[in-house]
Design a protein around this ligand. Sequence first.
Ligand code: ADP
Ligand code: MG
Length: 227
Amino acid sequence: VIAESLRAEKYNSLNELAATIAHEVRNPLTVVKGFVQLMAEGEKKNQYHALIVGELNRAEAIINEYLSAAKPKMDQQRVFSVGETVHSVVSLLRPYAAKGHVQLSVESSEETLWVWADQNKLKQALLNFIKNGIEATPPNGAVLIKLDKTAKKKLLLTIEDTGVGMTKEQLKQIGTAYFTTKDSGTGIGTMVSIRMIEMMGGHVSYASKPKKGTCVHIMLPLYDKAL
Ligand code: ADP
Ligand code: MG
């Protein structure tokens, strides 16, 4: 896995990720095949059933995360309001946050902040970051999304959670291929999302403390003229 992570860092386009993802999907399929063969021999049927469904879900999640990232090509550039984009992603995630009893809120400056980018890709990336924040946060915690402009005319989007946080070791691995601490995680969402932001000329950084929470900083170039 370590060798693969290092190799993954050299990839500079989403398309080149296809080969590694195909490879990663093969693992759960191989596992499933083995269980199906054992079931045919009549052993521990119920136990295998759950494992098979779990592995198939994992394969499906890997494919979905890759497809959503790679599908609409990077040529759908236009000017749009980031605030509006954030609100639409937040409303998608409201039920998910409510299920985990996590408070989800947005704080933004009065002024409309415009960027020139692929809005679907930004939505996808924000969805991944915010979803991770919700997943890291225990019941009664919160995820706060802040939107602001820096002195250097950049857009600063922060996603702050009161979740489990990350150790230094985990922080080093964030964004590398297949790094996950979740039972049915893929370790692809963050990698793909960081890459999408970078392809938009932006930058992502993380600050985190175990048991305190995590803050994701996303910087993006602002579009100068309001429409
Ligand atoms: P997945 O969510 O499927 O595990 P991701 O690439 O989205 O894959 O995230 C990789 C890992 O990074 C997670 O499993 C988790 O350990 C860590 N991580 C990401 N975001 C956060 C966060 N907000 N708080 C704590 N850990 C996080
Ligand atoms: Mg994730």
